[in-house]
Write a protein that binds this ligand. Structure first.
Ligand code: C5P
Length: 234
């Protein structure tokens, strides 16, 4: 019988960029468009998966046929991700999560006052959600649900070799199973419709390159994930 590669699987995907509030009208954000995460959600859905999209700020609409959990901040995304992970076969962290948030959020709009010094914003570190997901998975009872955890890394570097070396170190540090690596420059990737990535595996198998539209890249990533899942649990 013909079966879709991710039939019966639940895939959680975070997408977009978190927004970290300063006051009721202002936030610190980033340039993530959500396009890659949404393309992944479409690819996973088309592969037969039940898809949950943890949607931080996105420039694009979420696709039909997936459950959408809207989030704003890194802390909200963390809550949503840890909860969703409990029944997910795959978790893909493609959201651009702010590494820091303002230490204090003003209840009222911060005012401009000529008799005061220029304001200083103090930042505190956000938790590394990807790393926490890995710890949670690894601490689960043996024999429990097998879970594949996929991270993304946007790396800058003078050469591809440089970028790969950084990415390998990050893969070890984060402990995820796959790391999708983007080599970014200022004009690259964010908001664009195309992407060029290398997929690194912790198992040490050969790095896999994929490039093209974000749809094509997503198909390659989801294909790789399906392969990994179906090789461990037939
Ligand atoms: O360390 P870096 O930010 O480069 O790692 C990127 C990966 O880690 C992405 O998969 C991103 O979604 C995830 N991340 C996270 N929590 C953070 C920062 C990044 O889950 N606070």
């Amino acid at each position: 019988d013909f079966q879709l590669p991710l039939a019966g699987r639940t895939v959680t995907i975070s997408a977009g960029g978190t927004r970290e509030p300063l006051d009721p009208v202002r936030f610190l954000g980033n340039r993530s468009s959500g396009k890659q995460g949404v393309a992944l959600a479409v690819a996973a859905r088309n592969a037969g998966a039940t898809v949950r999209l943890l949607a931080a700020h996105m420039d694009v609409a979420p696709p039909a046929g997936v459950e959408v959990v809207p989030v704003e901040t890194a802390l909200q995304l963390r809550e949503a991700a840890l909860a969703a992970a409990a029944d997910s076969d795959v978790v893909i962290m493609s959201a651009a999560v702010a590494d820091f948030r303002p230490a204090a959020v003003s209840d009222t709009k911060i005012k401009k006052r000529d008799d005061r010094d220029d304001p200083v914003i103090t930042l505190v570190r956000n938790p590394d959600i990807l790393h926490e997901l890995v710890e949670l998975r690894n601490s689960a009872a043996p024999g429990g649900r097998q879970q594949l955890i996929v991270g993304f890394a946007a790396e800058t570097g003078d050469s591809d070799g440089d970028v790969l070396a950084h990415a390998r170190a990050k893969l070890q540090r984060k402990g995820c199973d796959l790391l999708v690596v983007n080599h970014v420059g200022t004009d690259k990737v964010f908001g664009q419709d195309t992407n060029s990535v290398v997929i690194l595996a912790r198992s040490g198998s050969e790095p896999q390159e994929a490039s093209g539209t974000k749809t094509e890249v997503s198909a390659a990533i989801i294909g790789r994930i399906s392969g990994e899942l179906n090789s461990v649990s037939p």
